[in-house]
Write a protein of this length. Structure first.
Length: 307
């Protein structure tokens, strides 16, 4: 049995062009370069198949999985055609509440509120967050990062109230249609892509009760299974940092729920020694093909790559 490493890549959005608010976000040309390199030089597997190969020692050399988190519409409209063009499978972890109700996640409400704000300054002193100038894209990006960073671990209700206040105080209307709808998720499944659960409302599991976490995990999965009319056996922890965003008790919830595998955001390669319910994943930052390819090959060449 050969213990080969597995690279599980994590994406969130694939934009049609560069966003002045987030210029480093993945765009369609960048994603195309990534996928073309993966198709040519690596063995890209569906996540459920790669997990089985890890367990029985049949993982091919340079094995890679592609995953997306949250359920953004550009995953369907932009990423899916690129994936299909190159014959690359991917897993899409969907926060079911946002596709079911066609509403924004709280962080996107903040982002779009700041993006579209007409005011010169955003005053959030009532939330103990201070005041932010909005005169340039750099200032708006700093405002977004500061607000989200300071609010991420607040209680869910408080986060939602803050996000609504940002949109209201900034006089910016949130963008409509940012998340996929149920028909688009169903079409992803019909196109041969894997659908995974990502809770209902994307809570930080360590910030809710165990009972609430169990409901989020179970209800998110049940809804997605009703959408695709098939079992959903893969799960992604919201935010995903072990010991900070989820703990052993939440891994046990996922285990008892019967998921075959779950992924975190711990940055490492996976191996047969990895807990299948806490598989690490790797962020993707390179914008051109040569550094992307070089970084990927380097990861497989490192003797201590997998954990």
């Amino acid at each position: 049995m050969i213990d080969r490493p597995l690279a599980i890549l994590i994406y969130h959005r694939v934009l049609p062009s560069t966003d002045p608010l987030f210029p480093d976000e993945t765009t369609a040309p960048v994603f195309t370069r990534h996928v073309a390199a993966l198709a040519r030089f690596f063995n890209v597997l569906p996540l459920h198949m790669a997990v089985a190969c890890l367990a029985n020692g049949t993982l091919p050399a340079r094995a890679v999985c592609v995953t997306f988190d949250d359920g953004y519409r550009d995953n369907y409209s932009i990423a899916l055609p690129i994936l299909r063009r190159y014959g690359i499978p991917a897993t899409f972890f969907i926060a079911s509440g946002y596709i079911a109700e066609s509403r924004l996640m709280w962080n996107d409400t903040v982002i779009e509120g700041v993006r579209n704000a007409t005011a010169a300054r955003l005053d959030l002193s009532q939330f103990d967050l201070g005041s932010f100038p909005l005169g340039s894209w750099q200032e708006r990006r700093y405002a977004v990062e500061s607000i989200i960073g300071a609010s991420k671990y607040r209680p869910t209700v408080e986060r939602e109230q803050l996000a609504a206040a940002v949109a209201r105080l900034g006089a910016g209307a949130p963008a409509a249609g940012l998340m996929m709808n149920v028909d688009e998720v169903r079409d992803l499944h019909r196109a041969g892509m894997s659908i995974g659960a990502h809770t209902v409302t994307h809570p930080i599991l360590t910030r809710v009760t165990i009972d609430e976490g169990a409901r989020e995990i179970a209800a998110g999965r049940a809804f997605l299974e009703s959408v695709v009319d098939a079992p959903v056996s893969l799960f992604a922890y919201p935010n995903g940092r072990p010991g900070q965003d989820y703990e052993a008790a939440h891994v046990d919830l996922v285990r008892r729920a019967g998921f075959a595998a779950a992924v975190s955001t711990r940055p490492a390669m996976a191996s047969s020694r990895s807990d299948p319910l806490q598989l690490p994943r790797l962020g993707v930052w390179d914008r051109t093909a040569p550094p992307f390819l070089a970084r990927m090959l380097w990861r497989f060449m490192r003797p201590q790559a997998a954990a």
